[in-house]
Design a protein around this ligand. Structure first.
Ligand SMILES: Nc1ncnc2c1ncn2[C@@H]1O[C@H](COP(=O)(O)OP(=O)(O)OP(=O)(O)O)[C@@H](O)[C@H]1O
Length: 230
């Protein structure tokens, strides 16, 4: 489903004549099958977010390709990638990125407004999704009136309404306590099994890596370990 071939990423730092080259990803190749939960681990600065940013189209690699299905997404312009992302890739962030002035319902509904669905369709999908993440009773709450775990559920619901086949998650449980983390991991596993969503999760955390069907370990911009879990 996702084929990453020989990705190199080099950042040029400093002024001309005096520049240094920072090689952040070195020849990274990786194959992700539909329905996998892939955990990418590695210490701070090892290149995990850079890899996720390349797959999500927020950054162009210095060289190498990313194919999603049969599409070579590395050839996309920024605008083409934005359209492609909307239809194909969901995102979950460590800090939830909910809009504070909107209720849980309105946050989840927002992508459907942008998609142009009418009010009745939006209400139906939003309430169904609130139900799926177990928060229908909290639909009128603002993010500040929700716990961290509840906010992460709302942010997952906001992604789910677009029915993405792939979700990229950057430390999705990084700001949660261990009990709430376990709940969110259970939800991720459920969505993976029930809806077949492929997850790519960056994490520092061994617990997160435990729900994965594949673990990738990056060290200094190289994949040093790849393990498929049965
Ligand atoms: N746009 C950029 N310009 C220059 N250097 C960058 C840029 N983005 C990232 N880097 C550098 O690339 C290296 C890898 O960063 P990256 O964010 O991918 O690491 P990470 O493994 O995700 O770390 P963390 O776990 O702390 O988030 C770091 O040394 C970082 O400073």
């Amino acid at each position: 489903m996702i084929e990453i071939n020989n990705i190199h990423q080099t950042f040029i730092l400093g002024k001309k004549q005096n520049e240094t080259h920072l090689h952040v990803l070195n020849d990274v190749s990786l194959s992700i099958k539909e329905g996998e939960i892939v955990a990418i681990t590695g210490k701070s600065g090892s290149g995990k977010s850079t890899l996720l940013n390349i797959i999500g189209g927020f950054m162009k690699p210095t060289s190498g390709t990313v194919h999603i299905g049969n599409t070579n997404v590395t050839t996309f312009s920024e605008g083409e990638f934005a359209d492609y992302r909307l239809q194909n890739i969901g995102f979950i962030f460590q800090n939830f990125q909910l809009i504070p002035s909107m209720t849980a319902f309105e946050n989840i509904e927002l992508p459907l407004v942008l998609k142009g669905l009418n009010e009745k369709e939006r209400k139906h999908i939003t309430e169904q999704t609130l139900q799926k993440v177990g928060l229908l009773d909290y639909k009128s709450h603002y993010p500040s009136e929700l716990s961290g775990g509840q906010q992460q559920r709302i942010s997952i619901a906001r992604t789910l309404v677009m029915e993405p086949p792939i979700i990229l998650a950057d430390e999705p449980t990084g700001s949660l306590d261990s009990e709430t983390e376990a709940d969110i991991l259970y939800l991720i596993k459920e969505l993976n099994q029930e809806l077949g969503i492929t997850f790519l999760i960056i994490t520092h955390d061994e617990e997160v890596a435990r729900v994965a069907t594949k673990q990738i370990h990056i060290h200094d911009g190289r994949i040093v370990k790849e393990e498929t879990i049965q």
